[in-house]
Design a protein around this ligand. Sequence first.
Ligand SMILES: Cc1cc2nc3c(=O)[nH]c(=O)nc-3n(C[C@H](O)[C@H](O)[C@H](O)COP(=O)(O)OP(=O)(O)OC[C@H]3O[C@@H](n4cnc5c(N)ncnc54)[C@H](O)[C@@H]3O)c2cc1C
Length: 324
Amino acid sequence: MNDVCIILFGAAGFDKAAQGLAGAGRRLAVELGGSLRAVVVGEGAQALAPEVARVADEVTVADQPGLAEYQPETCLTALAELCGTRRPRAVLLAGDTYSQETAPRLAHRLGGSAAGDCVEVRVAPGGMVRVSRQVYGGKAQAVLELKRSPAVVWLRARSFTPAPARAEAGAVTRAALNVRPDTRARVVERGREESGEARLEEARVIVSGGRGIGGPEPFESELKPLAELLGAQLAASRAACDAGWVPPTWQVGQTGKKVTPELYLAVAITGASQHMAGISEAKTIAAINTDPDAPIFKHCRFGIVEDYRKVVPLLREKLSALMK
Ligand SMILES: Cc1cc2nc3c(=O)[nH]c(=O)nc-3n(C[C@H](O)[C@H](O)[C@H](O)COP(=O)(O)OP(=O)(O)OC[C@H]3O[C@@H](n4cnc5c(N)ncnc54)[C@H](O)[C@@H]3O)c2cc1C
């Protein structure tokens, strides 16, 4: 079959990442000459289905009690059953943690090939699914052709344009599944982030702090007010997260979030390659650092060599004046 199947987790809603996922799925389906099918799984799936049906040909809702709360093994078995029966050529997922965790394992279950963090998905001249992803902190692009079918790929958020709405909505059906709980690996505790802010991957402006900030207090007293003025979200380097100054969910980089803002302001961040791997798609990078030789200055468009404790209050003052 030349169909493309996209997988969405109901709890995430039809956010920009999901819309981009549907866009990538539609374009690939057109290239393959197949249709675009969506599987919406877990809590919130039923509510999400009509929105997804505006851009997909078919939507399957899988929100049985055993799937309402994400449990990795149970969810994987259900998805393997739902995606496997129709033998799609490609299965695409977004870049959230559930998707990143699910994609390679789903590829294994379906006997397919897996690739992650992709910024392009096309059909190669020979008919194989071809993906691109950034390597070496965005200095180069790796192009991979996925030999086995289906190609199971998770995509970097905000790297794909949304799919246009269709004149006629796709059919929505509820999955006929006999969900068997599998507790070999089990989520034992769940915590919700306090802030009601949008996801970091979708932020247009980010103010990010590193180890040079010196502790948790300046994130609150210096960076937060600056972020509020800029309408920005806060983020951090791994060093600041590992120190316990800010939540681990703020981490940007190779082992953290990949972000694509219009402006990324790196404050007291050295610019290690692992950090840069998370911001290679930022449109504009600006940096404040006391060390003129800090690697971040090789990557940024605007840089200030100075103690952030002098610069940040000045920036706040100027921005406040501009906004009056
Ligand atoms: C496998 C692996 C994966 C990794 N993944 C990630 C990742 O996902 N994300 C990530 O960030 N890192 C990651 N790292 C860690 C990475 O290598 C760096 O150690 C880390 O990014 C350093 O964080 P930092 O720049 O905040 O700290 P530092 O390297 O300690 O730099 C602090 C900077 O602050 C500056 N500074 C100090 N005081 C001030 C001041 N008052 N005003 C202005 N500037 C000041 C200093 O000049 C310095 O440049 C990973 C490492 C490995 C090995």
